[in-house]
Design a protein around this ligand. Structure first.
Ligand SMILES: Nc1nc2c(ncn2[C@@H]2O[C@H](COP(=O)(O)OP(=O)(O)O)[C@@H](O)[C@H]2O)c(=O)[nH]1
Ligand SMILES: [Mg+2]
Length: 238
């Protein structure tokens, strides 16, 4: 199975220098790292181009900061792969988990690295961010059986996204895929999320508002589809 590891970056020069070799140590073969960078002023692109001489890495360069979700979608559209693994650059998502995600992809269409199943945890987040995360998860509960709905570390087979219209809204491209993609089986594997050591978080109050808008869109999408399905059944068409 050929994997594309999709990593959105904005000002992640230091982390990119660390994560690309770590991914290679974890996976060795049959993968390409796709870094989608939004013209980071800290020289992320130079670092990636330099490392691409040694490692299977590809840089997608965008002219300006345009959001995490749209970067991931652009990354997925830029490469041919049997499956994608989406992760952050900041080492919160440990590359040592990648072999586990790859082996689970042989069994399941969707594999989520999860902070909220037995054995998963979060290290280094202040209480406020933990509470925000819990509330965010509760609000999305009716949309998907995935427990860690806001996880940004997940793997999905390419075929599950065929004819799926992913909207580049906000930060939570995982939730967008969990709700809309055509997956038949999924698993959640526990991991410990560690807060970033280098660089700054791009998560902001604005992203929280974008999350609420995203939820409204997904509720309309899910329950609109359900209503259409019911109408079709009662009127006898298929
Ligand atoms: N290309 C791109 N990457 C982004 C953008 N916003 C965030 N990222 C990247 O998305 C990942 C997650 O962002 P991060 O700031 O760590 O968010 P947090 O973990 O929720 O605090 C990191 O690799 C960021 O560099 C963006 O607008 N464009
Ligand atoms: Mg982070």
């Amino acid at each position: 199975m050929e994997l594309a590891i999709i990593i959105p970056t904005f000002n992640e020069a230091e982390n990119s220098r660390i994560i690309i070799p770590q991914i290679h140590t974890a996976l060795k073969t049959n993968y390409t790292v796709v870094i989608v960078d939004d013209n980071s002023p800290d020289g992320t692109q130079n670092v990636v181009q330099e490392l691409a001489k040694t490692y299977p890495a590809k840089l997608i360069s965008r002219p300006q900061k345009s959001g995490l979700a749209s970067a991931v979608i652009e990354g997925m559209n830029s490469v041919a792969a049997d499956a994608y693994i989406i992760m952050d650059a900041d080492l919160s998502h440990p590359p040592e988990m990648l072999p586990k995600l790859r082996s689970q992809l042989e069994i399941h269409d969707l594999v989520v690295a999860s902070r909220y199943v037995k054995g998963g945890s979060i290290s280094g987040w202040p209480l406020k961010r933990r509470i925000v995360s819990r509330v965010a998860i509760m609000l999305a509960r009716p949309l998907t059986p995935v427990k860690d709905v806001t996880s940004g570390f997940f793997a999905i087979r390419h075929e599950c996204l065929h004819n799926v219209n992913l909207r580049p809204l906000g930060f939570k491209i995982g939730l967008e895929c969990f709700v809309k993609a055509n997956w038949k089986s999924f698993s959640e594997v526990p991991f410990t999320f560690t807060d970033r050591r280098h660089g700054e978080s791009k998560f902001s109050r604005q992203e929280l508002l974008a999350y609420i808008r995203h939820l409204l869109h997904l509720y309309a999408y899910t329950f609109g589809r359900l209503a259409k399905f019911r109408i079709r059944r009662t009127s006898g068409t298929s």
